[in-house]
Design a protein around this ligand. Structure first.
Ligand code: CTP
Ligand code: CA
Ligand code: CA
Length: 618
């Protein structure tokens, strides 16, 4: 079946100009993702890390700059790209290609320092990379999106990009600008589900817009390959204007406004795409770069997609793409349009409707801000020299914990969040799965790296024992750890129970007192003044058992917290284990205890999982 055989069929297949009614304008949410006036943008920062470093160091934006992580380039700014330098280029090579190249190494954490710094000659053997600067800038960017467009939905998609659903603010402007779109009144000759009157004959596109051409005759006008039609005041296309086009042009104005806010406030240039859905917005965002605003009107969708090598499409670049390419000897989207939905679903399972739709530029996924629940923070290091003995461990745990402390404290500046658990993951040569161990992470008012170190070291001992223990255990394999990661999971607003112990850990730690502990709280035990050890009690809220914890008198608040935490965590582990055996989900293997899916176990999802799922379901 040829989807382009007839005009009517093409319209139907691509869903290019569905009927627009007053209801679509006046209650945009009612039709949700099916609203024909849906306008979605994707903003992506140009050479993001490079721009962050340029701003930090106040480097002239026209100079060629690369950002280095050890000896790999991780960001290349556009002036440097003019010399042919790309992300894959070796540093030495890049410096030959461009002798004046400005090279900035990312900040790194060094053992013993509690913040990342720009060290002169960091090396992978003893430093850990910090991406804190980029994360912070990312947060500022998202906040500007939200404050500039309070009625738009903003979804952060990665460190340097976000989707914006412009539908609601666009429709507000639409009804202000076009009085003929006023809502029906009882005396109106039309009602909410009536089709809108004819749209204006012309549109003025914001001058920043690159309009993707609707057909080959529009292409190459400026003598350039793959040239788009640059907006020049009015609509350049011969196509009849639709209300979708009008909405898109208003969306493009808002898109420019928000991109300009980023430029004015933070000094960053961005590239953006705007279209009827997320998939197309993301795709068209890279149509022209940098500092560009690419607009894909509905009428331009078929021409734009048909010539596209389909394996360039996200999620079609992997195994599924390879299978499709082979099965249909296909290269472009057009080559796959002959597969009808039945055939697609018979071959690749019912979920492959997703592929069928994406090839036609249809995507009903929502732009939705991810709720900040169950957030996790993970600091990880691939070890150039494996950890083989206890003595190798602490330096890396300290470096990872310093990073987590910075990140958690930053998150706490924005809101009173706290992690529920801390988890340690290690990957060992010869073991297929990483080992993981987690424990609750109790609240402390002053969070430092050392508090986290104490908790992480305890997990380390539980996971790997000590040199002495391993030496006496004939079954213990030689330790050879090549990756170590520490994660906070369930980072969210503090719960009442967690806050309850805050007083104890505060800087003005009260002296020993006679009070007995309350359930779920920690209190001190009566202990003679002169003792160097103080005993404090912890009462478990689950079983009401009271456990005494010894702390040193000269321990600071953090150290006490860590010691108490260790005991508390151990006791909670006991409950955890009990619960596991009750649920009969305990998996014993390789000397480690796992539950599937375990709370707080950070399972790294392979990028292709979703698509492979299609095959598996088949
Ligand atoms: N990044 C990375 N490693 C990768 C991909 C990306 O470290 N394999 C980092 C880059 O340093 C980059 C940021 O993530 O600055 C955003 O990535 P991306 O948008 O893909 O590239 P940019 O460098 O921003 O370049 P572009 O202008 O092409 O978007
Ligand atoms: Ca980018
Ligand atoms: Ca990006």
């Amino acid at each position: 079946m040829d989807p382009f055989r007839g005009k009517a069929q093409e319209k139907d297949e691509w869903n290019l100009s569905p009927t627009v009614t007053y209801r679509h304008v006046h209650s945009p949410q009612s039709a949700g993702v099916h609203n024909p006036l849906r306008i979605i943008g994707l903003i992506d920062m140009d050479a993001f890390y490079a721009q962050c470093e340029q701003r930090r160091l106040d480097i002239d934006p026209t100079l060629p700059v690369v950002v280095l992580q050890w000896d790999s380039l991780i960001a290349v700014n556009y002036p440097a790209r003019k010399f042919g330098i790309a992300r894959m280029t070796k540093l030495k090579e890049a410096q030959k290609m461009c002798p004046n190249l400005v090279v900035v190494h990312v900040a790194t954490y060094k053992d013993g320092e509690n913040e990342a710094k720009y060290h002169p000659n960091p090396d992978n053997k003893s430093y850990k990379v910090s991406l804190d600067l980029y994360r912070r800038e990312s947060t500022k960017i998202i906040n500007i999106f939200k404050s500039t467009l309070p009625t738009a939905e903003v979804e952060k998609a990665s460190v340097d990009e976000a989707f914006i659903d412009f539908t609601v603010p666009v429709q507000q402007i639409l009804v202000e600008r076009y009085p003929e779109l006023a809502a029906p009144t009882p005396s109106s000759s039309y009602h909410m589900d009536s089709e809108l009157p004819l749209p204006p004959l012309d549109i003025s596109w914001h001058p920043s817009c690159n309009l993707v051409p609707i057909g080959p005759e529009e292409e190459g006008k400026e003598g350039e390959e793959d040239s788009s039609t640059s907006a020049s005041g009015t609509s350049t296309s011969k196509q009849v204007v639709t209300w979708q086009d009008v909405a898109l042009s208003i969306g493009a104005e808002l898109l420019f406004k928000v991109r300009n806010e980023i430029l004015q406030n933070l000094g960053y240039t961005t590239s953006a795409g705007i279209a009827r859905n997320k998939f197309l917005a993301k795709l068209v965002a890279s149509y022209r770069k940098p500092a560009s605003q690419n607009v894909l009107a509905n009428a331009a969708i078929p021409h734009y997609l048909k010539s596209m090598p389909f394996q360039k499409i996200r999620f079609l670049g992997g195994k599924l793409g390879a299978v499709l390419a082979e099965e249909y000897e296909a290269k472009t989207v057009a080559d796959l349009l002959s597969i009808d939905l039945t055939e697609m679903q018979t071959k690749f399972g019912p979920d492959s409707i997703w592929v069928y739709q994406v090839l036609r530029g249809i995507d009903h996924s929502e732009v939705k801000e991810k709720p900040p629940v169950n957030k996790s923070m993970l600091a990880s290091k691939n070890l150039p020299t494996p950890i083989r003995k206890d003595g190798d461990t602490l330096q890396w745990i300290r470096v990872l914990c310093a990073e987590l402390a910075v990140r958690l404290n930053e998150a706490r500046e924005a809101g009173t969040v706290w992690p529920k658990t801390i988890a340690l993951h290690t990957k060992q040569v010869g073991e297929s799965a990483p080992r993981s161990k987690q424990a609750p992470f109790p609240f402390v008012r002053e969070l430092t790296g050392d508090v986290i170190v104490a908790a992480a070291m305890k997990l380390w001992k539980e996971l790997h024992g000590t040199d002495a223990e391993r030496a006496t255990n004939p079954n213990a394999p030689n330790m050879k750890i090549i990756n170590i990661a520490i994660a906070f999971t369930g980072v969210e607003a503090l719960e009442q129970g967690q806050r309850g112990i805050e007083g104890f850990f505060g800087p003005n730690l009260p002296g020993p007192s006679k009070t007995r502990p309350n359930i779920g709280q920690i209190a001190e035990d009566p202990t003679p003044e002169e003792d160097t050890e103080i005993s404090v009690d912890y009462t478990c809220p689950k079983c009401s058992k009271t456990i005494s914890v010894s702390v040193q008198r000269d321990d600071d608040a953090e150290m006490r917290a860590a010691r108490i935490h260790a005991v508390k965590a151990e006791h909670e582990d006991f409950h955890f284990a009990q619960e596991l055996s009750r649920q009969d989900k305990l998996v014993i293997g390789g000397g480690k205890r796992r539950r599937s899916p375990g709370p707080g176990t950070v399972k790294k999802r392979k990028k292709d999982d979703g698509i492979l799922g299609y095959f598996q379901k088949k």
